[in-house]
Design a protein around this ligand. Sequence first.
Ligand SMILES: *[C@@H]1O[C@H](CO)[C@@H](O)[C@H](O)[C@H]1NC(C)=O
Ligand SMILES: *[C@@H]1O[C@H](CO)[C@@H](O)[C@H](O)[C@H]1NC(C)=O
Ligand SMILES: *[C@@H]1O[C@H](CO)[C@@H](O)[C@H](O)[C@H]1NC(C)=O
Ligand SMILES: *[C@@H]1O[C@H](CO)[C@@H](O)[C@H](O)[C@H]1NC(C)=O
Length: 353
Amino acid sequence: MIHVAQLFTCLLLAGYAGAQTQNYARYDHAMAYLGGYLFVAGGRTESKDFTDTSLVLSLGTRVNSNTPDWQVQNGTNVPRGNGMAMVGLSSKYKFQVVLYGGDIPKDTNQYSDHEFSVLGQPDGDWGFISQSEIPARRMGSTLTYAPDREVIFILGGTEQSDTDQMAADPFDHMYFPASENCVPVRMQSEAPSSRFNHGAVMLNSSHLVVVGGMESATQAASLDQVHLLDTLTQTWSQVTTQGSEWFQSLTSSPPVVYKQRLYFFGGRIQNNNQTLDSFLVLDTTTYPWTWSNETLKQDPDQDSLQGRYSHTTFAAGQYMFIAFGKTEQGETDELVVIDLENKKRINEFDPAL
Ligand SMILES: *[C@@H]1O[C@H](CO)[C@@H](O)[C@H](O)[C@H]1NC(C)=O
Ligand SMILES: *[C@@H]1O[C@H](CO)[C@@H](O)[C@H](O)[C@H]1NC(C)=O
Ligand SMILES: *[C@@H]1O[C@H](CO)[C@@H](O)[C@H](O)[C@H]1NC(C)=O
Ligand SMILES: *[C@@H]1O[C@H](CO)[C@@H](O)[C@H](O)[C@H]1NC(C)=O
């Protein structure tokens, strides 16, 4: 049992630490990686619909996960909203972060309907791409860049920000950054149902996987089947999975891929009604694809990881970064780094490794 005086000291220390480093806690933000930087756009807190800052973190130097050196993006037209989708183009011909959708403050001069917000360099100004074919603004979509096809897939989302009204929009568009051309995706019977707050990630350079999400405010998408898109032929197929019986559904949990496995930390389960604190793996090297629970190793001095959702993830080689999100206590400012090869939470990311 902690003595009252000790507790008070802890609180004082916590207050002191808080005064030293800015607290950028948020959830429902967007994140993308480009050219050695992690970009974070917008997000919200319990008390504010829109955070004041969008951030950038260099991964070119060592990152201590307890004191990440987030810098505030200070160019012009920096996007600030929640429920947006964002991706970095690691393409030969273009260096660009593309952002789409979300809810934005009414009083700001930001991108609007049928527009992307785009960033061309780390400290730069954000610009816009306007096109009538870009779908109207949606919340909870995903943007996924398919390198073999040099195309971004805009998948799912909902036009309503009112959670009781949420109805998913169809999966439908792809955007060719080279020609700045946006066109509908040919839909087939094997394509995913309309959904939002799902996970979408490239399994390899040609195949995109869609997992989970909500089909409406109360109906989660089944996990017994996940969807695979061959981006070269634009053909959807369904893949059977096993092992998801106990958690049934998975939303607001963006996956990363390492060695043909999808890794998820946290998310919402049981029809969007419970926050998960597990580290889940979907192994695509077996048939059916197999879900499992993994135990994350951590050092005794590390606090146990709280469940969270509406966070963002990124994988650099064998390292998974988990940024911000919402826990049962509200928004968090945590940056968690996991060594996927050793299934261990680490305190420091070294880009040289
Ligand atoms: C903008 O931010 C960068 C770091 O992200 C910093 O080097 C630069 O001095 C800032 N510029 C202004 C005008 O604050
Ligand atoms: C990507 O993954 C899919 C599904 O497992 C597989 O069919 C395809 O051959 C893979 N492609 C490459 C280039 O590994
Ligand atoms: C979520 O859980 C609460 C309390 O357990 C329950 O009242 C509510 O109906 C549940 N909502 C859904 C959508 O399952
Ligand atoms: C995963 O962990 C949960 C909670 O500890 C447990 O109920 C469930 O049986 C586990 N599932 C698998 C597939 O290991």
